[in-house]
Design a binder for this molecule. Structure first.
Ligand SMILES: Nc1nc2c(c(=O)[nH]1)N[C@H]1C(S)=C(S)[C@@H](COP(=O)(O)OP(=O)(O)OC[C@H]3O[C@@H](n4cnc5c(=O)[nH]c(N)nc54)[C@H](O)[C@@H]3O)O[C@H]1N2
Ligand SMILES: Nc1nc2c(c(=O)[nH]1)N[C@H]1C(S)=C(S)[C@@H](COP(=O)(O)OP(=O)(O)OC[C@H]3O[C@@H](n4cnc5c(=O)[nH]c(N)nc54)[C@H](O)[C@@H]3O)O[C@H]1N2
Ligand SMILES: [Mo]
Length: 804
């Protein structure tokens, strides 16, 4: 989130689209209810199903799964055509005025630079026209035909209310009503907050769904505002911490990039990752990248990392094709993987195309699972009749099961969706032989290190040179790891201007501004610098004082970066420094610096300067045109799901689905067509269960005992299905059997001249645990992922339904 949970209470409009917060985030959803009850906010829901969130909404309308870009682009067009945007904000704080290169082009569904062979874009033309100093050319009058504003207007002009309704199946009057709700927040003293999660991310166009919404927030002037922002309601309790710590396969800590195999030396790598400013005088904070990177290498390799050996650059792995989980299982399915350590992950249940996952695991020599529970993955080789029809005698994979603790059995920090690092203390000791995850990983590491020392081996340096100064090397305590993530001074850190000592050798750092690129500081994760200072563990703070009333509670826990609660908060005031809305004053200028109800996210430039508020961008501006980040285009475009009920894209039949999505040849061939699989399948969760864990708990199993699927009344009648019937739901990859719930909550939609029905499939069952044995929903889902994040398309695929 750019904002945080409590801040949702400040919104005038809460739009729940691409998620079901009342069901999946029932505790955090209180802040949406707080906005509604105490702030007079309206709550609106746009979802293929009438959900528990919809049941408390002021307005609900349906949408066909996988079509939000068309819907939201229609909203952009409405706001522009009806002059419902914050013009001053758009001109001063977004890249609307910047001029795009002449060779940029969009035609019949494709942007310039596409290579059909590699399914990738050359993004060279998706850039600004630069002057001879390397700065973007600008037309402050917005007249230039190639300024971002005019290109945007042209791009979204196709998304008229008729087109939106035709693609999304949302009634036109309902669509216009949503536009009106959103447009009301374009005034300076009103904000909208969009609450989203998987209904937007689990699509082959997931990242662009979110981008389209972010563009709406820029037009409305809602970024940087209390009650505004872009707010992902994240899933597992510490999944924000997972991405912060760089656990995605192409990341390093603090959103730095893992080197790729084209970056043979550190200079090439740093140059590629250290942006040059694109407008004069901008903060361009990523220009500090070398300080973050070298400090991380010092945390990894300590004294072994020196300027002479490029801080150990050669010891980092270099990726060539991107080892996301889809790619990894694809390699496994081709027999290219020997062993797999699977920690806190149940891919047989949670990954797409379960039969492909089973076939892949069957090709391993060994599998290690680290989990407090018995999972379908650790028992993937067992035969469970129709639910898992395998022949154990044909599977040679050796399986090792290592029992682990869970979060309640250890100390540590959890990063919530609002970027707060909150320290917690263990509630109980682990049962039986369970060890905590750190102890298991450290145990494997130290034993491997001994083997390398004794026997030698290929590429020993990364293992032998790793710093491991923990009190008990086989079991580092969370406090030690947290202090290492924050970082410390390895030599006295001096003020470059005055030469005064800022931090004494050996002391914890209190800010990432103290990081150096000369090896005198270490920090495992630069954005966590400030979480464990000389004053101690900031994450354990528990002062809930809220002097501004905006809910920022600066003394409660600690938020990255630098305890800042609302990112880009300089944009909450106009260029002269006057808050757009006095009730939402976040920062003020005291004559020397910015401060107030939040930690200022800005330079020290005085009001009225030309420094843009979006300090992480080299142009300092919010991007309506994304120059180098997105895989499939600088503007969002509607593409159909890979399994589309239409069989075409009404906007451009030549380019049906995302041309840059993550998909492999065999899986493309395994896509079903609407003639055999006429209905849209979509999968989701229920409050009463947490994924595949709670089927092990009797009370949850009693609350929701058995796999069911939801079928709209109209379709059920036409198929002769009644409440409680057992039905078979099949896709081109397999089938499940479940009880039918016939419901008014799922409507039949009129889309491009066709009737489209949706089948709702909750995900929580399997054949381990105490709940009734059931099929795994992911038997049905396609093996295809988003072009940027590789998140699988779990929310829109094709199925058939029959009574059995
Ligand atoms: N009780 C409980 N809570 C949980 C979890 C759990 O298992 N149990 N899991 C946690 C995790 S890991 C996560 S990631 C979050 C997920 O949180 P959510 O994303 O809120 O959960 P889902 O149930 O997947 O809901 C997605 C909603 O999006 C709708 N939808 C599907 N496709 C589309 C579309 O194309 N457009 C739009 N506008 N809507 C669409 C679905 O109908 C559904 O209502 O929940 C977390 N919270
Ligand atoms: N069709 C479909 N598939 C989906 C989704 C969907 O909406 N539709 N949602 C997707 C999403 S958002 C997610 S997040 C994934 C979740 O997928 P998974 O992460 O695979 O599923 P979980 O059951 O949440 O957790 C995996 C295991 O972690 C174990 N565990 C819990 N605590 C600890 C711990 O402290 N240490 C260790 N080592 N293990 C622990 C649990 O016992 C569990 O067996 O599913 C995805 N799959
Ligand atoms: Mo998730």
């Amino acid at each position: 989130m750019t904002n945080h949970w409590v801040d949702i209470k400040n919104a005038n409009l809460v739009v729940v689209m691409g998620g079901n917060a009342a069901e999946a985030h029932p505790v955090g959803f209180r802040w949406a209810m707080e906005a509604k009850i105490h702030n007079g906010a309206k709550l609106i829901v746009i979802d293929p199903r009438f959900t528990r969130t919809a049941s408390v909404a002021d307005f609900y309308t349906p949408i066909r799964s996988g079509t939000d870009i068309a819907f939201l682009s229609g909203v952009l067009l409405y706001l522009i055509n009806n002059n419902k945007f914050n013009r001053e904000y758009v001109e001063a704080y977004t890249n609307s005025t910047l001029i795009v290169r002449e060779d940029f082009n969009f035609d019949d569904g494709l942007f310039s630079g596409y290579d059909a062979q590699t399914r990738k874009y050359d993004k060279t033309s998706w850039h600004y026209e630069l002057d001879d100093r390397g700065f973007a050319k600008r037309d402050l009058t917005l007249q230039h035909p190639r300024c971002v504003w005019n290109l945007l207007k042209k791009h979204v002009s196709r998304y008229t209310p008729e087109v939106v309704s035709n693609v999304c199946g949302t009634p036109q009057a309902d669509f216009l009503k949503v536009c009106e709700y959103i447009a009301e927040t374009s005034v300076k003293d009103k904000t909208a907050s969009f609450l989203y999660a998987l209904g937007w991310t689990q699509h082959s166009v997931g990242a662009q769904n979110i981008r389209t919404m972010a563009m709406i927030q820029l037009l409305l002037g809602n970024m940087g505002m209390a009650g505004g922002g872009v707010n992902a309601l994240r899933g597992h309790s510490n999944i924000q911490g997972l991405t912060d710590l760089g656990l995605l396969s192409q990341s390093l800590t603090g959103y730095m990039n893992l080197p790729n195999d084209g970056q043979a030396d550190i200079q090439t790598y740093l140059e590629a990752n250290t942006p040059k400013p694109l407008l004069e005088g901008q903060v361009n904070y990523w220009s500090n990248y070398p300080k973050f990177f070298v400090s991380m290498m010092k945390a990894f390799y300590g004294d072994k990392a020196t300027a002479e050996n490029s801080w150990g650059y050669d010891w980092l792995p270099k990726w060539d094709k991107g080892y996301d989980v889809l790619q990894y299982f694809e390699m496994m399915s081709q027999g290219k993987v020997n062993g797999y350590i699977c920690q806190g992950f149940n891919p047989v249940a949670s990954f797409p195309n379960k039969n492909k996952v089973i076939a892949s695991l069957s090709k391993l020599k060994f599998l290690v699972t680290v989990d407090p529970l018995n999972t379908e993955t650790s028992n993937f080789w067992q035969n469970h009749g129709e639910m898992n029809d395998v022949d154990p005698s044909q599977i040679q994979t050796e399986v090792f099961r290592l029992p682990s603790t869970c979060f309640a059995e250890e100390n540590g920090s959890i990063v919530n969706s609002g970027r707060w690092l909150q320290w917690h203390w263990k509630g109980a000791d682990a049962p039986g032989e369970a060890l905590n995850d750190g102890e298991i990983l450290a145990g494997i590491f130290t034993r491997m290190r001994h083997m390398y020392l004794r026997e030698g081996g290929t590429v020993p340096e990364p293992v032998l040179n790793m710093t491991w100064n923990f009190l008990t090397p086989d079991n580092p305590v969370p406090e030690e790891v947290a202090m290492e993530s924050n970082g410390k001074a390895l030599e006295d850190v001096l003020d470059p201007a005055t030469g005064a000592v800022l931090v004494k050798k050996g002391q914890q750092l209190s800010s990432f501004a103290q990081l150096r690129d000369d090896g005198t500081t270490s920090s495992g994760c630069w954005i966590f610098a400030g979480s464990w200072t000389p004053d101690g563990n900031q994450m354990a703070r528990r002062d809930n004082a809220d002097p501004s009333g905006l809910g920022n509670t600066l003394g409660w826990a600690w938020a990255w970066p630098l305890n800042r609660r609302i990112l880009y908060n300089r944009a909450s005031a106009d260029p002269q420094g006057k808050p757009w809305d006095e009730k939402r004053r976040l920062i003020s200028w005291d004559g020397a610096k910015w401060g107030g109800a939040d930690i200022a996210d800005y330079s020290t430039a005085a009001p009225g300067s030309d420094v843009g508020p979006f300090i992480m961008q080299p142009e300092g501006l919010g991007r309506l045109f994304a120059i180098d980040k997105m895989a499939e285009g600088p503007f969002p475009e509607h593409y159909e799901p890979f399994e589309t009920p239409l069989g075409t894209n009404p906007l451009h039949p030549n380019v049906v689905s995302n041309p840059a999505a993550r998909v492999f040849k065999d899986d493309l061939a395994a896509m079903g067509k609407a003639d055999k699989f006429p209905y849209v399948g979509t999968t989701y969760r229920l409050t009463e269960h947490f994924h595949y864990w709670t089927k092990h708990a009797l009370l949850n199993a009693i609350a929701q005992p058995e796999q069911f699927v939801e079928i709209g009344e109209k379709l059920a009648n036409s198929l002769g299905i009644v409440q409680g019937d057992t039905v078979k739901v099949s896709s081109n990859r397999g089938f499940i059997k479940a009880k039918a719930v016939v419901t008014k909550r799922i409507r039949q939609l009129d889309v491009d001249g066709k009737k489209v029905d949706t089948i709702g499939i909750p995900i929580h069952w399997g054949y381990e645990g105490v709940a009734k044995k059931g099929f795994i929903a992911n038997t049905l889902t396609p093996f295809v992922g988003d072009a940027n994040t590789q998140t699988p398309e779990f929310k829109a695929f094709l199925v058939n339904v029959e009574k059995v």
